[in-house]
Design a protein around this ligand. Structure first.
Ligand code: DAT
Ligand code: MG
Length: 143
């Protein structure tokens, strides 16, 4: 059986960026064998974040999430490889860093800080449809 190569959007969020974890996250992506296709560092504005997190609008953690994400620089990356969407989600670990398994990015490097939103270091697309949509938002030149 063959599997098509695919792309995923990865963000090292401001909490991860500020702690100097961009290199560690990118190291794990490359060590796993995925390829870096695009890389950019900037502070995202609310308009871009509202598009990115449209599915979460109205949830209790939405505003704190927007504040966290617009509060500093992010490292945005497009990665590539067969099943890299699923593969990066496995590298990232569970959304809640307290229960994310050791060995994962969130499990090894994240913790609960008592905030209204979980600061969990990374974002990764959760499906091919999300990846296509999110890559279009963060890297329109790749669309
Ligand atoms: P993921 O980033 O694992 O795909 P998500 O898309 O459901 O998780 O949520 C986006 C981000 O919002 C997540 O990385 C952290 C935060 N978040 C999600 N659910 C939360 C909750 N119940 N309480 C606090 N923060 C939450
Ligand atoms: Mg998500």
């Amino acid at each position: 059986m063959t599997t098509q190569t695919e792309r995923s959007l990865v963000l090292i969020k401001p909490d991860g960026f500020t702690r100097g974890l961009s290199g560690e996250v990118l190291r794990r992506i490359e060590a796993k064998g995925y390829t870096l296709v695009a890389l950019s560092i900037f502070t995202p504005d609310r308009e871009r974040l509202a598009k990115h997190y449209a599915e979460h609008e109205g949830k209790p953690f939405y505003e704190p999430l927007m504040e966290l994400m617009s509060g500093g620089q992010v490292t945005a990356a497009v990665i590539e490889g067969q099943r890299c969407i699923e593969g990066f989600r496995a590298l990232a670990g569970a959304t809640d860093p307290t229960v994310a398994l050791p060995g994962t990015i969130r499990g090894d490097l994240g913790r609960d800080w008592g905030a209204k939103v979980q600061a969990n270091i990374v974002h990764g697309s959760d499906s091919p449809e999300s990846a296509k949509r999110e890559i279009g938002i963060w890297f329109p030149e790749l669309g």
